[in-house]
Design a protein around this ligand. Structure first.
Ligand code: HEM
Length: 121
């Protein structure tokens, strides 16, 4: 009898964790949050100057600016369906090209995964 109860309990726990995993899937975007905290514990944002961004201008180290937000797309360069055109304005402002007709609107969500901070204006 005790064994049966234990088996039932284990089954319920196992099923519960499966449901939890299904309902709250791991979101890789969480890892990309670059918000840091200052000494008072307040959330602060990361800012980069244009000169800092401009150093990241190649396939192996590629940052782009879209609407004054900075994205590190290095890991996406080789995956990019548009090839090395993603480097056209590497280290600089890619806003115009990014909103070109070649990109479907889902790309606007995709890019947020690469967000690292904002441009210091
Ligand atoms: C995170 C996702 C993406 C980012 C950050 C991105 C970024 C860019 C950038 C910066 C450019 C160059 C714009 C310029 O001239 O300055 C570009 C061009 C282009 N992208 Fe993307 N892209 C993404 C996803 C995609 C996807 C999913 C597709 C296709 C399904 C695509 C297709 C293209 C094409 C065809 C071009 C133009 C190529 C050319 O001019 O020869 N991109 N992209």
């Amino acid at each position: 009898m005790d064994t049966l109860l234990l088996v039932m309990l284990a089954t319920i726990l196992f099923a519960g964790s499966l449901i939890a995993i299904f309902l709250f899937p791991y979101d890789s975007k969480d890892l990309k949050q670059v918000k840091t905290r200052d000494t008072t514990g307040k959330e602060t944002q990361q800012f980069f100057t244009l000169s800092e961004v401009s150093k990241h201008n190649q396939a192996t180290d590629c940052w782009i600016i879209i609407k004054n937000k900075v994205y590190d797309v290095t890991s996406y360069v080789e995956e990019h369906p548009g090839g090395y055109a993603i480097l056209n304005h590497a280290g600089g402002d890619s806003t115009e090209g990014f909103y070109g007709p070649q990109h479907a609107s889902r790309v606007f969500d995709m890019v947020e995964e690469f967000y690292i901070g904002d441009l210091k204006l």
